[in-house]
Design a binder for this molecule. Structure first.
Ligand code: MN3
Length: 198
C-alpha cells in the first residue's frame, strides 16, 4: 500500500480567521505532501511494503527513523485535517464528555491541560488527547511521534510544529492552541475515534 494525500475535507479558506488559507496551502500541499512522497520512496524494498499505515508507524518506530518520521507525520496529518472543521470547538458528544470528565477531571481542566501540553512541547511536536488503559488522558510527543507508539490510541491531536501556526500567529503558540480548542476542534470526529476504542 502506498501513501496518498487526500484533499482537505473543507475549502482552504474555511477555517479563517483561526487558520488561514495560506497556512493550509503550505501545510497540506507542501508539508503533508512531502511526508507522502518521501515516505513512499523510503518504504520501497522494506519489510513494511504492503502493511497498513498504523502497522508501519508502530513497526518502524525505533528501527527505521527516516521512514518512521514520514509515516508518523502522514498518519498524524491525515487525522489533523479531520480534527478541525469550520465553526468547531462546540459541544462534546455525551459519552465522550463523560469519559473526558472521568479521565481528566473536567472539560475545562482537559482544555487547560491540552493547551499546556502544546505550549510545553519544546520544539516541534504534538499535543494529544489519547485513550490509554481505557482512560482519556492528555499527552504530548516530539516531532512525528504519536500516542500510537506509546501504548495509547490518539483521539485528538494538535500540530505544534511552527509550520502549523507561524504565518497566522508568529511566535504566539498559546494563542494558536486556544483558537484550536475554542474554534476549530471537530468533536464529532474525535468521538468517532473514541468510539473505536470502546
Ligand atoms: Mn504539520
Amino acid at each position: 500500500m502506498s501513501f496518498t494525500l487526500p484533499p482537505l475535507p473543507y475549502a482552504y479558506d474555511a477555517l479563517q480567521p483561526y487558520m488561514s488559507k495560506e497556512t493550509l496551502e503550505y501545510h497540506h500541499d507542501k508539508h503533508h505532501n512531502a511526508y507522502v512522497t518521501t515516505g513512499n520512496n523510503l518504504i520501497k524494498g522494506t519489510e513494511f511494503e504492503g502493511k497498513s499505515l498504523e502497522e508501519i508507524v508502530k513497526g518502524s518506530y525505533g528501527k527505521n527513523a527516516p521512514l518512521f518520521n514520514n509515516a508518523g507525520q502522514h498518519y498524524n496529518h491525515l487525522h489533523f485535517w479531520n480534527w478541525m472543521k469550520p465553526n468547531g470547538g462546540g459541544a462534546i458528544p455525551g459519552a465522550l464528555e463523560k469519559a473526558i470528565v472521568d479521565g481528566c477531571g473536567s472539560v475545562d481542566k482537559m482544555k487547560e491541560d491540552f493547551i499546556a501540553a502544546g505550549v510545553g512541547q519544546f520544539g516541534s511536536g504534538w499535543a494529544w488527547l489519547a485513550v490509554k488503559d481505557g482512560k482519556v488522558q492528555v499527552m504530548k510527543t516530539p516531532n512525528g511521534e504519536s500516542p500510537l507508539v506509546h501504548g495509547a490510541t490518539p483521539i485528538l491531536g494538535c500540530d505544534v510544529w511552527e509550520h502549523s501556526y507561524y504565518i497566522d500567529y508568529r511566535n504566539r503558540r498559546p494563542d494558536y492552541l486556544k483558537a484550536f480548542v475554542d474554534h476549530l476542534v471537530n468533536w464529532e470526529y474525535v468521538d468517532q475515534m473514541f468510539q473505536k476504542t470502546r
